[in-house]
Design a protein around this ligand. Structure first.
Ligand SMILES: C[S@@+](CC[C@H](N)C(=O)[O-])C[C@H]1O[C@@H](n2cnc3c(N)ncnc32)[C@H](O)[C@@H]1O
Length: 296
């Protein structure tokens, strides 16, 4: 009898330790960080013509929001997960008497941004190589007039805490422009690859890993994205889809149309169509952008 109890306990112990190893493996850690760095490596979003089209769409939301700031050209702006700076540089040009703090954990992206700022003669961009969640957690309250965090948080497991830290770091009346990966994009990407398992994951969950990849990600509907921003203490002013009719060449929307395939007036035409439909089809783009203001 005692032998049986020992065997049962040993088997239970083995199962528990296997479970705890699996749980430990599921926690995004160094492998996740390396996967995100490698996914972004070599893709210079400030130089890519398709990304330039989407940068213009973000700027059509960001610029009017910056123009409402009482600080005006003296605004202090944070760009968390700035990448190669396709949004940082226009913000620095706007805040000509202010400052932009640009943060990323990719040293090569920051080096490219530094070169871009130098080429434009911009002396008001401060660079910081850091993890977005750690950096945001250490921000003093009320230290920025505006914050951007575009196409970053879908790979940041602590994304809700980051939203809350960004909210606190804004001055009353300050603005946040954030974007999250759309659920529709993950659904269509999986379906286009005939990967029904991933499509079911995109349908039923809101976070996880696709395929064998190490990168953790999360995805949302427009209502969920707006609710998360509201929960962080901000008032949502606009929810808009980025790229509701087009995509990058290697994504499902790119099969429909990529901006770089267009010439002359066609690009302006696509820009006008996508920005005019961005609120109506907020969940149908690659990303869902939310413009929000810190409650006074
Ligand atoms: C898709 S790019 C977007 C860049 C920029 N926000 C834009 O819209 O052009 C994502 C960037 O976020 C950075 N990133 C992702 N997770 C990060 C983290 N935990 N800490 C710091 N940077 C991060 C990546 O290195 C990459 O440069």
């Amino acid at each position: 009898m005692r032998g049986l109890t020992r065997r049962v306990l040993r088997a239970a112990g083995r199962r528990l330790s296997a479970l705890s190893e699996r749980l430990a493996d599921d926690r995004p850690g160094e492998a996740h960080r390396r996967a995100v760095l490698s996914a972004n490596a070599g893709h210079d979003m400030a130089a890519d013509p398709d990304e330039a089209h989407y940068a213009r769409q973000y700027l059509s939301l960001i610029t009017p929001a910056l123009e409402t700031l009482s600080a005006g050209k003296s605004a202090k702006i944070l760009d968390l997960g700035c990448g190669h700076g396709r949004l940082t540089i226009p913000c620095a040009e706007f805040a000509s008497a202010g400052r932009v703090v640009a943060v990323d954990f990719s040293a090569s992206a920051l080096a490219s941004l530094a070169a871009g700022a130098k080429a434009k003669g911009l002396g008001n961009v401060g660079l910081c190589e850091a993890d977005a969640a750690t950096f945001a957690a250490g921000l003093p309250p009320g230290s920025f007039d505006a914050a951007l965090c575009c196409e970053v948080l879908y790979n940041v497991p602590e994304w809700r805490a980051v939203l809350s830290s960004l909210s606190k770091a804004l001055k009353p009346g300050g603005v946040l422009v954030v974007s999250l990966r759309s659920r529709w994009f993950e659904l269509t990407r999986a379906a286009a690859a005939r990967d029904m398992k991933s499509a079911r994951t995109a349908r039923d969950a809101r976070e996880g890993r696709f395929g064998d990849g190490d990168a953790w990600s999360c995805w949302h509907t427009p209502e969920e994205a707006a609710a998360a921003v509201t929960a962080a203490g901000l008032s949502v002013e606009r929810v808009a889809g980025i790229g509701v009719l087009s995509g990058l060449p290697d994504d499902p929307f790119g099969r429909l149309l990529s901006p770089s395939r267009l010439v002359g007036d066609e690009r302006c035409g696509l820009f006008e169509l996508e920005t005019s439909l961005a609120s109506e089809y907020a969940g149908q783009g690659r990303y869902i952008a939310v413009v929000a203001r810190r409650n006074p």
